[in-house]
Design a protein. Structure first.
Length: 366
């Protein structure tokens, strides 16, 4: 199916101005098929400030940020790009998304990531409630990003179109997180800088399967295989060998400094779809683990074992920043550029493999 081109610019509200939201604002302003009409903020100190200032665009946009959600809903926008923090407020975030689609507003969102493929993760009654809200409002909901997202759903699925036989699909993130500014994620969810044996949130049983299981399940669905239940989780945490500086809080030697985890989808006991993350806070840590290509701080790697054997390393970096900056940009742009297709979709939860071609149409430098 070809890409969707709207007849007139879509009126869009951005929900938050944080590490992803400010890039979403920049992306919408630059997109010829989109018009920014409002921005929500959670911080009262940002209320009333020009959105151009909050997004660090170097100019004013004439749009004032607001903490008043009803004011933005009353604008009746075509869509909301939701980028608010979801990792530590999962069900509250889902309620927000339900309220948007019930109001008849299409939504693209960077989280909660489990909504990329909620079957097998969320209770069936909650999935049905979300779908029903979409139908009642005549709206669609699409959750995506870069990881979970494009790097481990669309990219590997497209690669499998070259396969004659598939033994295993492995999607990987291999990154240095020392420049990743997300203290809640780094300290509370991963537990970096804390005792290695302290069970941070991500290492609780079932959490990895909830957070990244949507990746494994979506690839499996695209390949028409039925996975064994439950998905298998494996975690290997390692201590930092030296004091390590990090923008989210320095990591003392002896505390957790690196982790390798896998979410494994098996068929009849054999691994067939695997999500693997290798997360370091110092590029020299744990040299026996796989590394990104020489000269870069991180990559997404897709490895397809079978006939033929295939591997792709997807790297990125910001024009004026590192790979963690560009990670926020790519996350934002995937859900910004998908807006026309999501608005045109039938009401309901829209999965990545359901979308027509999404491109950077209109974004070539003029």
């Amino acid at each position: 199916m070809s890409q969707v081109i709207p007849e007139k610019p879509l009126r869009v509200v951005v929900w938050s101005t944080g590490t992803i939201g400010r890039h979403a604002i920049a992306g919408i302003v630059a997109h010829p098929d989109l018009e920014l009409v409002g921005v929500w903020v959670s911080n009262p100190d940002k209320h009333g400030k020009d959105v151009g200032e909050l997004a660090e665009l170097g100019r004013e946009l004439g749009i004032r940020a607001t903490t008043d959600r009803d004011e933005l809903i009353a604008l009746a926008p075509d869509a909301i790009v939701h980028t608010a923090m979801a990792d530590d407020r999962l069900f509250e975030c889902i309620e927000d998304l339900i309220s948007f689609v019930e109001a008849g507003i299409d939504v693209t969102s960077s989280g909660p990531v489990l909504l990329q493929w909620p079957e097998g993760i969320l209770p069936p009654e909650l999935i049905a409630r979300i779908e029903d809200a979409c139908v009642r409002g005549g709206a669609s909901l699409h959750v995506n990003g870069i990881d979970p997202g494009f790097a481990n759903d669309i990219l590997p699925v497209v690669m499998t179109s070259l396969s004659q036989r598939i033994d295993e699909v492995r999607v990987m993130e291999i990154c240095d997180y020392s420049t990743y500014y997300q203290p809640v994620v780094m300290n509370d969810l991963f537990g970096f800088g804390k005792p290695v044996d302290q069970p941070a949130m991500l290492w609780q049983p079932g959490i990895l399967g909830a957070a990244w299981g949507s990746v494994v399940r979506q690839i499996a669905a695209a390949l028409d295989v039925t996975l064994d239940e439950p998905l298998t989780e494996e975690v290997d945490r390692r201590a930092a060998e030296r004091d390590t500086p990090s923008v989210s809080g320095d990591i003392p030697a002896g505390t957790m400094g690196a982790v390798r985890f896998q979410v494994i989808g098996k068929v009849d006991g054999v691994p067939r779809v695997v999500l693997e993350h290798i997360t370091r806070t110092d590029p020299e840590q744990v040299p026996e683990w796989e590394r990104p290509p020489a000269g870069v701080d991180g990559c997404y790697r897709v490895k397809i074992t079978g006939e033929p054997m295939m591997q792709v390393d997807f790297t990125h970096h910001g024009e004026h920043g590192d790979h963690n900056v560009s990670g926020m940009i790519t996350t934002a742009q995937r859900i910004v550029n998908a807006l026309p297709a999501v608005v045109a979709a039938e009401p309901g939860i829209v999965r990545a493999i359901d979308l027509p071609l999404v491109t950077g149409r209109g974004l070539v430098t003029r």
